[in-house]
Write a protein that binds this ligand. Sequence first.
Ligand code: ADP
Ligand code: MG
Length: 302
Amino acid sequence: MFDFVDFLTTMFWGPDPKRVPKLTEKDNRRAAMTVRRSRTSAPPPAPLAVRNVSKSYRDGDVDRVVLRQVTHPFQPGLTLVVGPSGSGKTTLLNLLAGLDQPSSGSVEAAGKPLKYDERSLATHRRRCAVVFQDLNLVPHLCVRENVALPLLIGGEPREEALRAADEALDDVDALAWAKRYPSQLSRGQRQRVAIGRASFARTMLADEPTASLDRESAAEMMELLRKLADQGRTIVVVSHDFELASQFANEVLECRDGVLTRRPVDNATDDYPTAHASPPPAPLLEASISTTERVPLSGDIS
Ligand code: ADP
Ligand code: MG
């Protein structure tokens, strides 16, 4: 019941101190800790990073240096890597994918240096899918089976894998071709299927996904990659076509003479971290994704 006397007393003299719950010592400590943590805690580590990575290949008697002491955190969003032919773009993607090892320095996934034993690499490849230039679709499997393949290899029951494949195909507007074989598709359609197959991973690396496509299909491809990036994935795209691809990128890096340089882009998002040379933050959370887990549709990437 409304207590008029109590109301007036509170109005004029403030709340009765006997009735206001007192904070205990423990509450105070907890509050202080929360404030301290929010002031000092490092941001989550980049899903993928290179730290002081150098890569050289033996060329006859000499070591040819392709990448020199490259450090860069790849944040959620779409990062475009441009640069002249032979500048090391594919080498960088291969290192990020764990397909090749740096000569020195480290590749990091969610703040942890990549290990090159079979088990660690298998985990990394589930999280970090590569769309190769030649797409690697299996010719005697239909589109749906091609997309379900990583899930089937991961031990997913066939029915569930095919259902997840249909969802992924729907996401990339390729469900209509689910029963076709790769040879019955155009280059652009095959590209879309390969991207659908990679979309189970939180991190995607695509090498020249717009090569051999006409202008319109190339733009559609970049639009699709941007859509997938906006769903919370970290996507690194190598492209020759700066003019087109940069319109869709959150960040553009130029690879030249073994060095990565950040190029300004008009459409870069404000919250995208700056300073490509800044070292990735201290190791923290470990990203985890099972073969069956779809990427969350928000920005929760860690
Ligand atoms: P990009 O993708 O920018 O065109 P790459 O990363 O493919 O360039 O290649 C960079 C340089 O490294 C090239 O000069 C290439 O010849 C050399 N290279 C790449 N892979 C190897 C390899 N496995 N062995 C020797 N040299 C290589
Ligand atoms: Mg290349």
